[in-house]
Design a protein around this ligand. Structure first.
Ligand code: GZL
Ligand code: ZN
Length: 329
C-alpha cells in the first residue's frame, strides 16, 4: 500500500514540476524570465513617449523578459531611488535613460557591487569610470546639431546682414541639450554675422517654452528681426510656434525659421505645411538595440560600448503625406 501511495505522490510531484516550467502557451515560466529594471526619465515629450513604447514593445514576457518600468517624472533623485530598489530586487539588468549626465557615480558603483550590468539608453552619463556601465545605445547629439548648423549655413550663405538667432535649450545638463547646444555655439563663434539674441531654457516641454518665449517676446521694445529659432526638441518648437504667432511673427522660410530636433510625426506635419523649416531626426526606437545588447550579454558576448542609431534631416521638400503616414512615431 505504502509503495503505491509513494509512487502516486512521486508521479504527482513530477507532473507539477513539469507544469510550472512551461505553461500550455509554451511561454517561459516566471523564474526563467530575464528581469529588467528600467529607469525612464518621464513623459516630457512626444519623443519620450515613443521611446517608452519602443522599450515596452521589446521587453515582453513573450520575448522572455519581466520588465519593471519606473517613470522618474523628470527627477534624477527618483531615478536613483528606482535603481536602489532594483538592486534590492536583484534584477538581472538595469536599463537607464539618464535625465542628465552628472550625479551617477555612487549609485552605479552600488549596481556594480551588486553584480548588475547597467545599460544606458538615449542620453549618457559623465562618470569617473566608464566601466560603471556596460554599454550605451543612443544618438550622436553633437552630430545632430551639426546637421542643423549645416542647413543654416546653406540657407544664409553669403548673407552679409546679421543672422539673428533665438536658442531654446532642452533639459539642462542632458546629453541631448549639451550636444545640440555645442553645435550651435561653435557655429555662432565661426560666423561673425550670426547673432545670438537670447538663450532660453525650454526643458524639452511645450508649456515651459511657451511661457519663456512669450515673456521674452513681450520684453522686446517692438517686433524683433528674428531669423532663426533653434529649438532643441519638437515640443519646444510647438511652444515657440504658439508664442511667435500669437505675437504676430509669421513662421516659415519667409519669416522666422524654426529648427527642431526629434522629427516626430507632429513636427513633420508642421514642416510639410511650412511652419517649421527644418526637422532633425532623433530616433526614439531604441528598444531593439537595447535588447540586442542584453542578448549579446546573455550569450556571454561583449557588446560595443556605444551604438548610435541612423538619423536624417527633413525639410518641406523632403516630405509628403504618404511619408508622414509611414513614420513609426
Ligand atoms: C533625445 C532625448 C530628448 C529628446 C526630447 O535623445 O533625450 O529628450 O530630443 C526628449 O524630446 O525629451
Ligand atoms: Zn535678419
Amino acid at each position: 500500500m505504502r509503495r503505491r501511495v509513494l509512487f502516486a505522490l512521486l508521479t504527482l510531484g513530477l507532473l507539477l514540476s513539469a507544469a510550472c516550467t512551461a505553461d500550455p502557451a509554451g511561454e517561459p515560466a516566471s523564474e526563467d524570465l530575464i528581469v529588467i529594471g528600467m529607469c525612464q526619465v518621464g513623459a516630457e515629450s512626444d519623443w519620450r513617449v515613443a521611446n517608452s513604447e519602443s522599450m515596452k514593445a521589446v521587453f515582453t514576457e513573450a520575448n522572455g523578459y519581466r520588465l519593471l518600468f519606473d517613470d522618474a517624472r523628470q527627477k534624477q533623485e527618483n531615478q536613483i531611488t528606482a535603481i536602489r530598489k532594483f538592486i534590492q530586487q536583484q534584477v538581472d539588468y538595469i536599463v537607464l535613460m539618464p535625465i542628465r549626465e552628472g550625479g551617477w557615480d555612487s549609485v552605479l558603483q552600488e549596481a556594480r557591487e551588486a553584480g548588475i550590468p547597467v545599460i544606458l539608453v538615449d542620453r549618457r552619463v559623465d562618470v569617473e569610470d566608464e566601466a560603471l556601465y556596460t554599454a550605451h545605445v543612443g544618438s550622436d547629439f553633437l552630430e545632430e546639431g551639426r546637421r542643423a548648423v549645416a542647413w543654416m549655413e546653406g540657407t544664409f550663405q553669403g548673407a552679409e546682414d546679421p543672422v539673428r538667432i533665438i536658442h531654446i535649450q532642452g533639459t539642462p545638463g542632458s546629453t541631448a541639450q549639451l550636444g545640440r547646444t555645442a553645435a550651435l555655439e561653435e557655429a555662432v563663434a565661426a560666423h561673425e554675422n550670426w547673432e545670438l539674441l537670447v538663450r532660453l531654457d525650454g526643458d524639452f516641454t511645450q508649456a515651459k517654452t511657451y511661457e519663456v518665449m512669450t515673456d521674452y517676446l513681450s520684453s522686446l521694445p517692438g517686433p524683433g528681426d528674428i531669423d532663426v529659432v533653434y529649438c532643441e526638441n519638437d515640443n519646444i518648437a510647438f511652444g515657440a510656434l504658439q508664442a511667435l504667432e500669437e505675437q504676430g511673427y509669421p513662421c516659415g522660410r519667409d519669416g522666422v525659421n524654426i529648427i527642431t530636433f526629434d522629427a516626430t510625426r507632429g513636427a513633420l506635419a508642421e514642416c510639410l505645411n511650412g511652419r517649421i523649416s527644418l526637422a532633425v531626426e532623433c530616433n526614439p526606437l531604441l528598444g531593439p538595440l537595447a535588447e540586442e545588447v542584453i542578448r549579446t550579454l546573455e550569450a556571454g558576448g561583449s557588446p560595443e560600448k556605444h551604438r548610435y542609431v541612423e538619423e536624417q534631416i527633413f525639410t518641406a521638400e523632403d516630405l509628403t503625406e504618404a511619408l508622414l503616414e509611414s513614420r513609426e512615431y
